[in-house]
Design a binder for this molecule. Structure first.
Ligand code: ATP
Length: 369
């Protein structure tokens, strides 16, 4: 119930004030987070930020030092893993090598009192879902990495878990399989209406799969938001730099205006805070900048240092003398290149779109990775 006395649905999972220490090392501090039923959540952050520890605490495999976990209205903070009825999928497939596909998946149902007809129909359904019809009798060694991980996924979802926990499930697979399996997992999760939490250090994976991303750093949650929120309005320079490629420009804020070199812009409302005064860092994505002819009035003079063809676009690396020789990247579509071809060594102008800046105090500059 909320403060007004009206009924409000409890979230599917509520994590409140979780702390975790390993000796004197603080792996998690005051992590608070709600997960709604049916959501796909990604914990995103660099190695060591505590995302696996948080997942293990949710699973009940690790005990928090402080804080609580509720599922709907039930306090599950001290419930043993089996009683939480969560499914877990790890990076390593962890299949039994001496059991075939069918036996591996059935293993997930071993504690259920199910009739064998029920087990058979559940099994057939799962084999269909993971696209392995005809391979029921194969052993793990006869399957590719991607197929093994699909079997492990089927085993994890076989008992219809209330929550699916995925710890870097794709990181041992090669790039192409990974991208395909991303879609399969997401598709399956949607079709079965599962609630899922996935740990990843891969920002592209998080952006492409998550309903909401939980960006973590040094044991703390830095931002929770949809992929587009986290990408376009990062709340810290750390998140700005970790999620996608970001250009970092020195700037100044005064009188509600943002100056970058000789250019002046209205301060974006989202970042117009008391902390953003004086010396600041202004961030722009490479695809948000435009090239103009050298000497254009509304652009900063720059020189093209590098030009890379990346298939669907070109990435130009420029150096900007007016910004202390700052290096910036600008992405150009093939249409951009047709309209205004550029070459290494050329002088150009860089135009900055007024309404796309993310702005942070210069004191955060240590957070860039
Ligand atoms: P990675 O992707 O590398 O696994 P992570 O973000 O998942 O990183 P965690 O595995 O949660 O990070 O670990 C967070 C921190 O806690 C790390 O510095 C790690 O060394 C430490 N840690 C984790 N488990 C233990 C443990 N059992 N004993 C001591 N320190 C631990």
């Amino acid at each position: 119930h909320n403060g007004n006395g009206a009924a409000s649905a409890a979230p599917f999972l509520r994590i409140t004030g979780i702390d975790k220490h390993f000796g004197s090392f603080r792996a998690l501090s005051n992590v608070t987070l709600d997960v709604q039923a049916g959501e796909f959540i990604c914990f995103l952050g660099p190695s060591g930020c505590g995302k696996s520890t948080l997942l293990r605490i949710i699973a009940g495999l690790e005990r928090q030092n402080a804080g609580m976990i509720h599922s709907l209205d039930q306090d599950i903070s001290d419930l043993p893993p089996a009683q939480r009825q969560f499914g877990i999928l790890f990076q390593s497939y962890a299949l039994f090598p001496n059991l075939n596909v069918r036996e591996n998946i059935v293993y997930g149902l071993r504690n259920r009192r199910m009739r064998s007809a029920e087990i058979d129909s559940r099994l057939n359904e799962l084999i269909e879902l993971i696209d392995l019809k005809g391979s029921e009798g194969k052993y793990p060694a006869q399957l590719s990495g991607g197929q093994q991980q699909r079997v492990a996924l089927a085993r994890a979802i076989a008992p219809s878990p209330r929550l699916l926990l995925l710890d870097e499930p794709l990181s041992a697979l090669d790039a192409k399989v990974r991208v395909h399996l991303r879609q399969q997992i997401r598709d399956l999760q949607r079709r079965l209406g599962l609630t899922a939490i996935m740990v990843t250090h891969d920002q592209e994976e998080a952006l492409s799969m998550a309903d909401r991303v939980v960006a973590m750093r040094d044991g703390e949650v830095e931002q929770i938001g949809t992929p587009t929120e986290v990408y376009h309005t990062p709340r810290s320079l750390f998140v700005a730099g970790f999620v996608g490629k970001m250009n970092i420009l020195p700037g100044r804020v005064g009188g509600g205006r943002l100056s970058i070199g000789s250019l002046s812009f209205a301060m974006p409302a989202f970042y117009d805070t008391p902390e953003n005064q004086g010396e600041v860092i202004a961030c722009l994505r490479p695809e948000q900048m435009r090239l103009k002819a050298a000497g254009a009035a509304d652009a900063l003079p720059a020189r093209v240092m590098q030009l890379e063809f990346l298939g669907s676009f070109w990435r130009a690396t420029l150096v900007v003398p007016a910004l202390g020789d700052a290096e910036i990247s600008v992405d150009l579509t093939s249409r951009d290149m047709a309209d205004m071809p550029v070459a290494i060594g050329e002088s150009v102008g860089v135009a900055l779109p007024e309404d796309r800046f993310a702005v942070f105090p210069a004191s955060q500059s240590g957070q860039v990775r």
